[in-house]
Write a protein that binds this ligand. Structure first.
Ligand code: T4K
Length: 390
Protein backbone atom coordinates (compact mmCIF):
# COMPACT_ATOMS: atom_id res chain seq x y z
CA UNK A 1 0.00 0.00 0.00
CA UNK A 2 2.97 2.28 0.59
CA UNK A 3 3.79 1.79 -3.08
CA UNK A 4 0.28 2.75 -4.04
CA UNK A 5 0.41 5.84 -1.86
CA UNK A 6 3.56 6.98 -3.60
CA UNK A 7 2.02 6.18 -6.98
CA UNK A 8 -0.97 8.33 -6.18
CA UNK A 9 1.15 11.21 -4.98
CA UNK A 10 3.21 10.88 -8.11
CA UNK A 11 0.14 10.77 -10.33
CA UNK A 12 -1.27 13.88 -8.71
CA UNK A 13 2.04 15.59 -9.36
CA UNK A 14 2.20 14.69 -13.03
CA UNK A 15 3.54 11.12 -13.20
CA UNK A 16 1.69 8.68 -15.48
CA UNK A 17 -1.62 7.52 -14.07
CA UNK A 18 -2.36 3.93 -13.07
CA UNK A 19 -4.55 3.43 -16.17
CA UNK A 20 -2.93 4.58 -19.41
CA UNK A 21 -6.38 4.57 -21.05
CA UNK A 22 -9.10 6.09 -18.91
CA UNK A 23 -11.69 3.76 -17.42
CA UNK A 24 -15.18 5.26 -17.52
CA UNK A 25 -18.58 5.15 -15.95
CA UNK A 26 -21.02 4.79 -18.82
CA UNK A 27 -18.80 3.25 -21.50
CA UNK A 28 -21.24 2.30 -24.28
CA UNK A 29 -22.19 -1.36 -24.70
CA UNK A 30 -21.93 -2.39 -28.32
CA UNK A 31 -23.78 -5.60 -29.15
CA UNK A 32 -23.68 -7.34 -32.50
CA UNK A 33 -21.60 -5.06 -34.75
CA UNK A 34 -22.10 -7.26 -37.82
CA UNK A 35 -25.89 -7.13 -37.34
CA UNK A 36 -25.74 -3.35 -36.94
CA UNK A 37 -23.76 -2.92 -40.16
CA UNK A 38 -26.12 -5.24 -42.02
CA UNK A 39 -29.20 -3.36 -40.77
CA UNK A 40 -27.53 -0.06 -41.67
CA UNK A 41 -26.78 -1.29 -45.18
CA UNK A 42 -30.42 -2.41 -45.53
CA UNK A 43 -31.87 0.90 -44.38
CA UNK A 44 -29.61 2.84 -46.74
CA UNK A 45 -30.75 0.67 -49.62
CA UNK A 46 -34.38 1.06 -48.56
CA UNK A 47 -33.91 4.85 -48.38
CA UNK A 48 -36.21 5.02 -45.39
CA UNK A 49 -34.23 6.89 -42.77
CA UNK A 50 -36.76 8.15 -40.22
CA UNK A 51 -40.50 8.89 -39.64
CA UNK A 52 -41.73 5.67 -38.04
CA UNK A 53 -39.71 3.34 -40.26
CA UNK A 54 -39.80 -0.47 -40.14
CA UNK A 55 -36.79 -0.80 -37.80
CA UNK A 56 -38.33 1.62 -35.28
CA UNK A 57 -41.57 -0.35 -35.37
CA UNK A 58 -39.70 -3.62 -34.90
CA UNK A 59 -37.75 -2.20 -31.98
CA UNK A 60 -40.95 -0.91 -30.37
CA UNK A 61 -42.55 -4.36 -30.57
CA UNK A 62 -39.47 -6.06 -29.07
CA UNK A 63 -39.15 -3.58 -26.20
CA UNK A 64 -42.87 -3.71 -25.39
CA UNK A 65 -42.69 -7.52 -25.30
CA UNK A 66 -39.55 -7.52 -23.16
CA UNK A 67 -41.22 -5.25 -20.59
CA UNK A 68 -44.61 -6.95 -20.75
CA UNK A 69 -46.54 -3.84 -21.81
CA UNK A 70 -48.95 -3.22 -24.65
CA UNK A 71 -47.29 -0.11 -26.13
CA UNK A 72 -43.78 1.23 -26.62
CA UNK A 73 -43.51 4.64 -28.28
CA UNK A 74 -39.90 5.21 -29.36
CA UNK A 75 -38.46 8.75 -29.22
CA UNK A 76 -35.28 10.60 -30.14
CA UNK A 77 -34.05 10.66 -26.52
CA UNK A 78 -35.22 10.10 -22.94
CA UNK A 79 -35.65 13.80 -22.16
CA UNK A 80 -38.03 14.43 -25.07
CA UNK A 81 -39.84 11.21 -24.12
CA UNK A 82 -40.31 12.63 -20.60
CA UNK A 83 -41.53 15.96 -22.00
CA UNK A 84 -44.03 14.31 -24.31
CA UNK A 85 -45.32 11.94 -21.61
CA UNK A 86 -45.72 14.83 -19.15
CA UNK A 87 -47.66 16.83 -21.74
CA UNK A 88 -49.77 13.88 -22.86
CA UNK A 89 -50.82 13.31 -19.24
CA UNK A 90 -51.90 16.95 -19.01
CA UNK A 91 -49.61 17.76 -16.08
CA UNK A 92 -49.44 21.45 -15.17
CA UNK A 93 -48.87 23.71 -12.14
CA UNK A 94 -46.65 21.72 -9.77
CA UNK A 95 -45.33 18.20 -10.15
CA UNK A 96 -43.47 16.38 -7.39
CA UNK A 97 -40.12 14.78 -8.26
CA UNK A 98 -37.03 13.73 -6.36
CA UNK A 99 -34.18 16.25 -6.34
CA UNK A 100 -31.81 13.30 -6.25
CA UNK A 101 -31.93 12.36 -9.92
CA UNK A 102 -30.33 13.38 -13.21
CA UNK A 103 -31.39 16.95 -13.93
CA UNK A 104 -33.41 15.91 -17.02
CA UNK A 105 -36.25 14.77 -14.72
CA UNK A 106 -36.68 18.33 -13.42
CA UNK A 107 -35.86 20.05 -16.72
CA UNK A 108 -38.55 18.08 -18.58
CA UNK A 109 -41.08 19.87 -16.34
CA UNK A 110 -39.64 23.37 -16.12
CA UNK A 111 -38.96 23.39 -19.89
CA UNK A 112 -42.70 23.41 -20.38
CA UNK A 113 -43.61 25.87 -17.63
CA UNK A 114 -44.37 23.34 -14.90
CA UNK A 115 -42.79 23.81 -11.46
CA UNK A 116 -40.79 20.81 -10.27
CA UNK A 117 -41.36 20.47 -6.52
CA UNK A 118 -38.60 18.46 -4.91
CA UNK A 119 -39.43 15.81 -2.34
CA UNK A 120 -36.87 14.05 -0.19
CA UNK A 121 -35.68 10.49 -0.66
CA UNK A 122 -35.88 7.59 1.75
CA UNK A 123 -32.53 7.47 3.60
CA UNK A 124 -32.42 3.68 3.18
CA UNK A 125 -33.41 3.23 -0.48
CA UNK A 126 -32.43 6.65 -1.96
CA UNK A 127 -35.68 6.60 -3.92
CA UNK A 128 -38.61 8.96 -3.28
CA UNK A 129 -40.00 8.82 0.25
CA UNK A 130 -43.81 8.59 -0.11
CA UNK A 131 -44.30 10.45 3.20
CA UNK A 132 -42.13 13.31 1.93
CA UNK A 133 -44.14 13.34 -1.31
CA UNK A 134 -47.37 13.57 0.69
CA UNK A 135 -46.02 16.61 2.57
CA UNK A 136 -45.29 18.44 -0.71
CA UNK A 137 -48.81 18.13 -2.16
CA UNK A 138 -50.59 21.48 -2.60
CA UNK A 139 -53.74 22.55 -4.45
CA UNK A 140 -51.52 23.25 -7.48
CA UNK A 141 -50.06 19.70 -7.60
CA UNK A 142 -51.14 17.73 -10.66
CA UNK A 143 -48.73 14.83 -10.67
CA UNK A 144 -45.83 12.80 -9.33
CA UNK A 145 -42.83 11.49 -11.25
CA UNK A 146 -41.06 8.64 -9.48
CA UNK A 147 -37.53 7.68 -10.52
CA UNK A 148 -36.15 4.12 -10.32
CA UNK A 149 -32.77 5.44 -9.29
CA UNK A 150 -29.85 3.31 -10.53
CA UNK A 151 -32.45 0.75 -11.62
CA UNK A 152 -33.58 0.08 -8.03
CA UNK A 153 -37.38 0.29 -8.00
CA UNK A 154 -39.14 3.36 -6.63
CA UNK A 155 -41.92 2.62 -4.08
CA UNK A 156 -44.40 2.04 -6.89
CA UNK A 157 -47.33 0.82 -4.82
CA UNK A 158 -47.13 3.55 -2.15
CA UNK A 159 -46.93 6.19 -4.90
CA UNK A 160 -49.86 4.63 -6.77
CA UNK A 161 -51.94 4.75 -3.57
CA UNK A 162 -50.95 8.36 -2.91
CA UNK A 163 -51.70 9.45 -6.47
CA UNK A 164 -55.06 7.68 -6.33
CA UNK A 165 -56.01 9.34 -3.01
CA UNK A 166 -55.20 12.83 -4.32
CA UNK A 167 -56.34 12.44 -7.93
CA UNK A 168 -52.80 12.98 -9.26
CA UNK A 169 -51.19 11.71 -12.44
CA UNK A 170 -48.34 9.30 -11.77
CA UNK A 171 -45.54 8.35 -14.13
CA UNK A 172 -42.03 7.04 -13.74
CA UNK A 173 -38.67 8.13 -15.04
CA UNK A 174 -37.28 4.66 -15.70
CA UNK A 175 -34.17 5.85 -17.54
CA UNK A 176 -31.97 3.56 -15.43
CA UNK A 177 -34.34 0.61 -15.25
CA UNK A 178 -34.31 -1.05 -18.68
CA UNK A 179 -35.19 -4.71 -18.15
CA UNK A 180 -35.54 -4.35 -14.35
CA UNK A 181 -38.52 -5.40 -12.26
CA UNK A 182 -40.19 -4.37 -9.02
CA UNK A 183 -41.78 -6.97 -6.75
CA UNK A 184 -41.74 -9.57 -9.53
CA UNK A 185 -43.35 -7.24 -12.09
CA UNK A 186 -41.35 -5.78 -14.95
CA UNK A 187 -40.75 -2.05 -14.97
CA UNK A 188 -42.91 -0.49 -17.68
CA UNK A 189 -46.46 -0.97 -16.47
CA UNK A 190 -46.43 1.15 -13.30
CA UNK A 191 -48.30 4.46 -13.10
CA UNK A 192 -49.85 5.84 -16.30
CA UNK A 193 -46.58 5.34 -18.18
CA UNK A 194 -42.84 4.86 -17.77
CA UNK A 195 -40.02 6.54 -19.66
CA UNK A 196 -36.83 4.79 -20.75
CA UNK A 197 -33.55 6.32 -21.93
CA UNK A 198 -31.42 4.60 -24.56
CA UNK A 199 -28.54 7.07 -24.29
CA UNK A 200 -25.09 5.76 -25.22
CA UNK A 201 -24.18 5.41 -21.54
CA UNK A 202 -27.17 3.25 -20.62
CA UNK A 203 -27.27 -0.53 -20.24
CA UNK A 204 -29.11 -0.66 -23.56
CA UNK A 205 -28.42 2.07 -26.08
CA UNK A 206 -29.49 3.37 -29.48
CA UNK A 207 -26.71 6.04 -29.52
CA UNK A 208 -29.37 8.55 -28.39
CA UNK A 209 -32.94 7.46 -27.86
CA UNK A 210 -35.75 6.80 -25.47
CA UNK A 211 -39.29 5.51 -25.27
CA UNK A 212 -42.50 5.68 -23.32
CA UNK A 213 -44.06 2.40 -22.18
CA UNK A 214 -47.75 2.18 -21.34
CA UNK A 215 -50.72 -0.16 -21.34
CA UNK A 216 -53.02 2.73 -22.22
CA UNK A 217 -53.81 2.64 -25.97
CA UNK A 218 -55.28 6.14 -26.05
CA UNK A 219 -52.28 7.65 -24.27
CA UNK A 220 -49.90 5.81 -26.63
CA UNK A 221 -51.79 7.14 -29.64
CA UNK A 222 -51.63 10.71 -28.30
CA UNK A 223 -47.88 10.41 -27.81
CA UNK A 224 -47.43 8.99 -31.32
CA UNK A 225 -49.18 12.08 -32.66
CA UNK A 226 -47.18 14.43 -30.43
CA UNK A 227 -43.81 13.01 -31.50
CA UNK A 228 -44.67 13.63 -35.17
CA UNK A 229 -46.01 17.22 -35.18
CA UNK A 230 -49.55 15.92 -34.62
CA UNK A 231 -49.81 14.41 -38.13
CA UNK A 232 -52.54 11.81 -38.59
CA UNK A 233 -51.79 11.30 -42.28
CA UNK A 234 -50.76 13.51 -45.19
CA UNK A 235 -51.61 17.16 -44.57
CA UNK A 236 -53.81 16.27 -41.60
CA UNK A 237 -52.59 17.76 -38.32
CA UNK A 238 -54.97 16.92 -35.48
CA UNK A 239 -52.84 17.61 -32.42
CA UNK A 240 -50.13 20.05 -31.28
CA UNK A 241 -46.81 18.32 -31.53
CA UNK A 242 -43.05 18.39 -31.78
CA UNK A 243 -40.33 16.33 -33.40
CA UNK A 244 -39.59 13.45 -31.05
CA UNK A 245 -39.01 10.77 -33.68
CA UNK A 246 -36.34 8.11 -33.50
CA UNK A 247 -34.30 7.71 -36.71
CA UNK A 248 -33.90 4.27 -38.31
CA UNK A 249 -30.15 4.11 -37.67
CA UNK A 250 -30.83 4.42 -33.94
CA UNK A 251 -33.33 1.58 -34.14
CA UNK A 252 -30.72 -0.50 -36.03
CA UNK A 253 -28.36 0.01 -33.11
CA UNK A 254 -31.13 -0.92 -30.68
CA UNK A 255 -32.05 -4.10 -32.52
CA UNK A 256 -28.43 -5.22 -32.70
CA UNK A 257 -27.95 -4.45 -29.00
CA UNK A 258 -31.09 -6.19 -27.74
CA UNK A 259 -29.73 -9.69 -28.30
CA UNK A 260 -26.63 -8.84 -26.25
CA UNK A 261 -28.59 -7.54 -23.27
CA UNK A 262 -28.43 -10.75 -21.18
CA UNK A 263 -24.63 -10.86 -21.64
CA UNK A 264 -24.30 -7.18 -20.73
CA UNK A 265 -26.35 -7.61 -17.57
CA UNK A 266 -24.38 -10.72 -16.62
CA UNK A 267 -21.09 -8.85 -17.16
CA UNK A 268 -22.41 -6.00 -14.99
CA UNK A 269 -23.50 -8.48 -12.30
CA UNK A 270 -20.05 -10.12 -12.27
CA UNK A 271 -18.35 -6.76 -11.95
CA UNK A 272 -20.68 -5.68 -9.17
CA UNK A 273 -19.92 -8.95 -7.37
CA UNK A 274 -16.16 -8.37 -7.85
CA UNK A 275 -16.45 -4.93 -6.25
CA UNK A 276 -18.53 -6.46 -3.45
CA UNK A 277 -15.76 -8.99 -2.75
CA UNK A 278 -13.09 -6.29 -2.84
CA UNK A 279 -14.97 -4.02 -0.41
CA UNK A 280 -16.30 -6.82 1.80
CA UNK A 281 -15.57 -6.08 5.47
CA UNK A 282 -13.80 -2.81 4.61
CA UNK A 283 -14.30 0.13 6.91
CA UNK A 284 -15.20 3.52 5.48
CA UNK A 285 -16.60 2.37 2.16
CA UNK A 286 -19.98 0.80 1.49
CA UNK A 287 -21.12 -0.65 -1.81
CA UNK A 288 -24.81 -0.08 -2.41
CA UNK A 289 -26.41 -3.50 -2.81
CA UNK A 290 -28.96 -4.57 -5.41
CA UNK A 291 -31.77 -6.91 -4.46
CA UNK A 292 -31.52 -9.88 -6.85
CA UNK A 293 -35.30 -10.37 -6.37
CA UNK A 294 -35.79 -7.08 -8.24
CA UNK A 295 -33.95 -8.34 -11.37
CA UNK A 296 -31.49 -5.44 -11.48
CA UNK A 297 -29.42 -4.58 -14.56
CA UNK A 298 -26.43 -3.74 -12.27
CA UNK A 299 -25.67 -0.74 -14.47
CA UNK A 300 -24.29 1.48 -11.70
CA UNK A 301 -21.67 0.62 -9.12
CA UNK A 302 -22.41 3.05 -6.30
CA UNK A 303 -20.21 3.39 -3.24
CA UNK A 304 -20.56 5.66 -0.25
CA UNK A 305 -17.67 7.20 1.64
CA UNK A 306 -17.27 9.83 4.33
CA UNK A 307 -18.44 13.18 2.89
CA UNK A 308 -15.20 14.72 4.21
CA UNK A 309 -13.11 12.70 1.74
CA UNK A 310 -15.49 12.20 -1.15
CA UNK A 311 -14.34 15.06 -3.38
CA UNK A 312 -10.64 14.43 -2.69
CA UNK A 313 -11.19 10.79 -3.51
CA UNK A 314 -12.84 11.58 -6.84
CA UNK A 315 -9.94 13.90 -7.69
CA UNK A 316 -7.41 11.21 -6.76
CA UNK A 317 -9.28 8.62 -8.82
CA UNK A 318 -9.30 10.97 -11.80
CA UNK A 319 -5.56 11.48 -11.38
CA UNK A 320 -5.26 7.73 -11.89
CA UNK A 321 -7.48 7.93 -15.00
CA UNK A 322 -10.35 6.27 -13.13
CA UNK A 323 -13.16 8.59 -14.19
CA UNK A 324 -15.52 8.06 -11.28
CA UNK A 325 -18.62 10.28 -11.08
CA UNK A 326 -20.60 11.99 -8.32
CA UNK A 327 -24.03 11.05 -9.69
CA UNK A 328 -26.21 12.95 -8.72
CA UNK A 329 -24.43 15.68 -6.77
CA UNK A 330 -25.44 18.28 -5.71
CA UNK A 331 -29.12 17.42 -6.23
CA UNK A 332 -31.32 19.37 -8.64
CA UNK A 333 -32.42 21.79 -5.89
CA UNK A 334 -28.86 23.12 -5.65
CA UNK A 335 -28.40 23.62 -9.39
CA UNK A 336 -28.61 27.16 -10.71
CA UNK A 337 -32.00 26.96 -12.45
CA UNK A 338 -33.63 25.62 -9.28
CA UNK A 339 -31.71 26.95 -6.30
CA UNK A 340 -33.08 30.44 -6.87
CA UNK A 341 -36.57 28.97 -6.95
CA UNK A 342 -36.06 27.18 -3.64
CA UNK A 343 -33.35 28.94 -1.62
CA UNK A 344 -34.21 26.93 1.50
CA UNK A 345 -34.94 23.59 -0.16
CA UNK A 346 -31.97 21.98 1.55
CA UNK A 347 -33.84 22.19 4.86
CA UNK A 348 -36.61 20.02 3.43
CA UNK A 349 -34.23 17.55 1.81
CA UNK A 350 -31.89 16.27 4.53
CA UNK A 351 -31.57 12.74 3.12
CA UNK A 352 -30.90 14.10 -0.38
CA UNK A 353 -28.20 16.43 0.91
CA UNK A 354 -26.57 13.72 2.94
CA UNK A 355 -26.55 11.06 0.20
CA UNK A 356 -25.42 13.50 -2.50
CA UNK A 357 -22.33 14.28 -0.39
CA UNK A 358 -21.31 10.64 0.09
CA UNK A 359 -21.77 8.95 -3.25
CA UNK A 360 -19.22 7.92 -5.86
CA UNK A 361 -20.16 5.95 -8.97
CA UNK A 362 -17.34 3.68 -10.17
CA UNK A 363 -16.57 2.35 -13.66
CA UNK A 364 -18.16 -0.91 -14.72
CA UNK A 365 -19.60 -2.64 -17.77
CA UNK A 366 -18.36 -5.29 -20.19
CA UNK A 367 -15.59 -3.05 -21.55
CA UNK A 368 -13.93 -2.93 -18.12
CA UNK A 369 -11.68 -5.95 -17.51
CA UNK A 370 -12.64 -7.85 -14.37
CA UNK A 371 -9.00 -7.75 -13.31
CA UNK A 372 -9.06 -3.92 -13.32
CA UNK A 373 -11.67 -3.91 -10.58
CA UNK A 374 -9.15 -5.01 -7.99
CA UNK A 375 -6.90 -2.10 -8.95
CA UNK A 376 -9.76 0.42 -8.76
CA UNK A 377 -10.96 -0.99 -5.45
CA UNK A 378 -7.40 -0.93 -4.08
CA UNK A 379 -7.13 2.80 -4.82
CA UNK A 380 -10.46 3.47 -3.12
CA UNK A 381 -9.50 1.40 -0.06
CA UNK A 382 -6.09 2.97 0.13
CA UNK A 383 -7.54 6.48 0.03
CA UNK A 384 -10.11 5.63 2.69
CA UNK A 385 -7.41 4.18 4.92
CA UNK A 386 -4.94 6.98 4.44
CA UNK A 387 -7.38 9.82 4.67
CA UNK A 388 -5.81 12.51 6.79
CA UNK A 389 -2.29 11.09 6.43
CA UNK A 390 0.18 13.66 5.22
N1 T4K B 1 -33.67 10.65 -16.40
C1 T4K B 1 -32.61 10.10 -15.78
C2 T4K B 1 -32.79 9.57 -14.40
C3 T4K B 1 -31.38 10.01 -16.43
O1 T4K B 1 -30.31 9.48 -15.80
C4 T4K B 1 -31.27 10.52 -17.74
C5 T4K B 1 -29.99 10.50 -18.43
C6 T4K B 1 -32.41 11.08 -18.36
C7 T4K B 1 -33.59 11.13 -17.65
C8 T4K B 1 -32.38 11.67 -19.74
O2 T4K B 1 -32.21 10.70 -20.75
P1 T4K B 1 -31.52 11.12 -22.14
O3 T4K B 1 -32.23 12.37 -22.66
O4 T4K B 1 -30.05 11.37 -21.88
O5 T4K B 1 -31.77 9.93 -23.03
C9 T4K B 1 -24.96 11.00 -18.81
C10 T4K B 1 -25.92 10.81 -19.97
O6 T4K B 1 -25.72 11.78 -20.98
C11 T4K B 1 -27.35 10.83 -19.56
O7 T4K B 1 -28.08 10.20 -20.59
C12 T4K B 1 -27.58 10.05 -18.27
N2 T4K B 1 -28.94 10.17 -17.80
C13 T4K B 1 -26.64 10.53 -17.19
C14 T4K B 1 -26.81 9.73 -15.92
O8 T4K B 1 -25.32 10.33 -17.64
P2 T4K B 1 -23.28 12.93 -18.35
O9 T4K B 1 -23.38 14.40 -18.48
O10 T4K B 1 -22.74 12.38 -17.10
O11 T4K B 1 -22.53 12.30 -19.63
P3 T4K B 1 -21.00 12.30 -20.02
O12 T4K B 1 -20.87 12.88 -21.38
O13 T4K B 1 -20.18 12.90 -18.95
O14 T4K B 1 -20.67 10.75 -20.17
C15 T4K B 1 -20.61 9.90 -19.04
C16 T4K B 1 -19.42 8.97 -19.19
O15 T4K B 1 -19.62 8.09 -20.27
C17 T4K B 1 -18.10 9.66 -19.43
O16 T4K B 1 -17.15 9.18 -18.50
C18 T4K B 1 -17.65 9.24 -20.82
C19 T4K B 1 -18.49 8.01 -21.12
N3 T4K B 1 -18.94 8.00 -22.51
C20 T4K B 1 -19.96 8.83 -22.89
C21 T4K B 1 -20.41 8.84 -24.19
C22 T4K B 1 -21.53 9.74 -24.60
C23 T4K B 1 -18.30 7.18 -23.43
O17 T4K B 1 -17.37 6.46 -23.08
N4 T4K B 1 -18.76 7.17 -24.72
C24 T4K B 1 -19.80 7.95 -25.14
O18 T4K B 1 -20.19 7.88 -26.32
O19 T4K B 1 -24.77 12.35 -18.57
Amino acid sequence: MKTLRSRLDLAIHGAPPMFADAVHVGRPNIGNQAAFLRLTQDLLERRWLTNNGPLVQQLERSIAELHGVAHCVAMCNGTVALEIAIRALGMSGEVIVPSYTFVATAHALSWQGITPVFADIDPLTYNLDPQAVRRMITPRTTGIIGVHLWGRPAPVHALETLAGEHGLQLMFDSAHAFGCSAGGRRIGGFGRCEVLSFHATKVFNTFEGGAVLTDDAELAETMRLMRNFGFAGFDNVIHPGTNGKMPEINAAMGLSNLGALPEVVEANRERHAAYARAFSGAEGVRLLPYDAADTPNYQYVVVEVDPGIRDAMVAALHAENILARKYFWPGCHRMKPYRELYPHAGLLLPATESVAGRVIVLPTGPSLALADIDAIAAVVLHLVKNHGAA
